[in-house]
Structure formats: structure tokens, C-alpha cells
Design a protein around this ligand. Structure first.
Ligand code: ZN
Length: 200
């Protein structure tokens, strides 16, 4: 028995709301409520033009996130299943339930933003490649490797699930340089004054 239902689009929780620092509880059984929440999170992510969204960003401290890099042609994503390259778009959207990551030691630096930090985009160093094992909505598990934008998104969302934010990865000097922008976000303003914004 199916019931027509409109998806709920949540408001995004912005920095410095304390829930963004909450460590998520592991998701247990995949209940209908979890499935509904996943649908709503996907709808919320799309409504805000994000490529990833973690439960903390809609005010819930559980280890559940969604990612979708479909259509991000200007930023390459790579994915492997059983060590063989696969087409990332065939696996989108990706639901990350209780993700466990293994990160390579070598890092890559690339620009990163976060829906909870409106208007802030800055270079962040992250592991070049990640091996992820995640729970799936059918109660099983799924292991894959990812690099490029997808690898970055999986790391960024998994950090959210443990209360970690991308600004934690800045050096002290980088954080000082971004201080004014971060202060604007704390005041509820977008980081960048759009009249001075240069799109590079
Ligand atoms: Zn984020």
C-alpha cells in the first residue's frame, strides 16, 4: 500500500549551531522512518543545489548522509567497485549509512564549500582516495573507492556525521584569512558580500 507523499524540504542548519558539532549515533535497523528521511534529505540537498548533505545539517545527530555528484561535469569524480573502475553516475544518489573510511596518506588540495557555511569556498587538503564501507537501505553493506569530487564529498559528509567541519582542516593562517567571512556566517549573513564577489 503506497501513499502519495510530498517530500519535506528541510531548512539547512548553519554554523555555528551546536548540532553541527554533535557526533551522530549509528543508524540501527532500516525503518520506514529512515527511508522517508533519506528521501527528504535527497530532496533537501537538491533544493539547495548541494552535492552532499549530512543529517546534522537538518538538525539530526545520526550517521546518515546523502551524496549526488550527477551533472558536476567541471569536477571529475572517480569510483571503483572491487578495484575496477565504475561509472559514478550509475551509483548516484549514494546513501551513506554508518560510513567507515580508509584514507590514503597522499592528499589533494581543491576548493570546497558547505551548505552550512553559505558563500564560503576555500581550498581544503584531503586524502586523494578513500575506501568507504557504508550500510545500504536494504540492510546490507557496500564497499567502494572514490576520488576526485566524489572522494572529497564522501570525506566531507562522513566528517559531518562525527561533528567535524571543513574549517577544522584549515591551518591557523588560513583560518585567520577567512576570519571575516566566518564572522559574517556567525551573524547569519552569507560569507561573501556579493557586490564584491569575483567568480574566478
Ligand atoms: Zn558540509
Amino acid at each position: 500500500q503506497t501513499r502519495e507523499r510530498r517530500q519535506v524540504i528541510y531548512e539547512i542548519v548553519n554554523y555555528p549551531e551546536p548540532i553541527l558539532r554533535a557526533k551522530g549515533r549509528p543508524v540501527g535497523e532500516i525503518t520506514p522512518e529512515i527511508r522517508t528521511l533519506v528521501e527528504d534529505m535527497l530532496e533537501t540537498m537538491r533544493a539547495h543545489h548541494g552535492v552532499g548533505l549530512a543529517a546534522q545539517q537538518i538538525g539530526k545527530d545520526i550517521q546518515l548522509a546523502v551524496v549526488d555528484v550527477t551533472g558536476c561535469e567541471h569536477r571529475e569524480s572517480k569510483m571503483w567497485g572491487d578495484g575496477q573502475p565504475v561509472d559514478p553516475e550509475a551509483y548516484m544518489p549514494l546513501v551513506l549509512i554508518n560510513p567507515e573510511l580508509k584514507l590514503t596518506k597522499n592528499k589533494v588540495r581543491d576548493v570546497e564549500g558547505c551548505l552550512s557555511f553559505p558563500g564560503l569556498h576555500t581550498d581544503i587538503s584531503r586524502a586523494a582516495r578513500v575506501k568507504a564501507t557504508v550500510g545500504t537501505l536494504d540492510g546490507g553493506s557496500f564497499t567502494f573507492e572514490a576520488a576526485g569530487l566524489l572522494g572529497r564529498a564522501v570525506q566531507h559528509e562522513t566528517d559531518h556525521l562525527h561533528g567535524r567541519l571543513f574549517i577544522d582542516l584549515l591551518t591557523d593562517a588560513e583560518r585567520r584569512d577567512l576570519r571575516n567571512q566566518i564572522e559574517r556566517i556567525k551573524m547569519g549573513l552569507p560569507a561573501t558580500d556579493e557586490s564584491d564577489d569575483e567568480d574566478l
